[in-house]
Design a protein. Sequence first.
Length: 124
Amino acid sequence: MKSLKRVTSYCIVCHSFETNGKRDLEKHAVTQKHVNAILEAKKNKKEQDALLDYLSSTEDVKIAAAVTRLCLLIAEKNLAICLADWLIPVLKKCFPDSDVLTKVFLGRTNCANVLRNGNPSFSK
């Protein structure tokens, strides 16, 4: 008996696995669950951007926002937390004229703490 592996895709909006057929994906895209999840994600993104823009008024808060955004990127894309150890130096070399980035200090321990407990710079 031959074992067949089903190829699946993952909907990051609905947090569900779907079969990878074109028709199956088209059906999923028009389901009420998916449409509602898309609308909710857009609403949350707008609120998150508005909050970060409001908080990004002083330099210290801009640094805290940059650290938070980088940590959220690592978590959202399921990247290894140890990526923070070499990502920040690479970004600093790529963008040496960035005042905010030159003051960002983020390693894997700090990244894990920000993801676990939130950024304490925002609670001042």
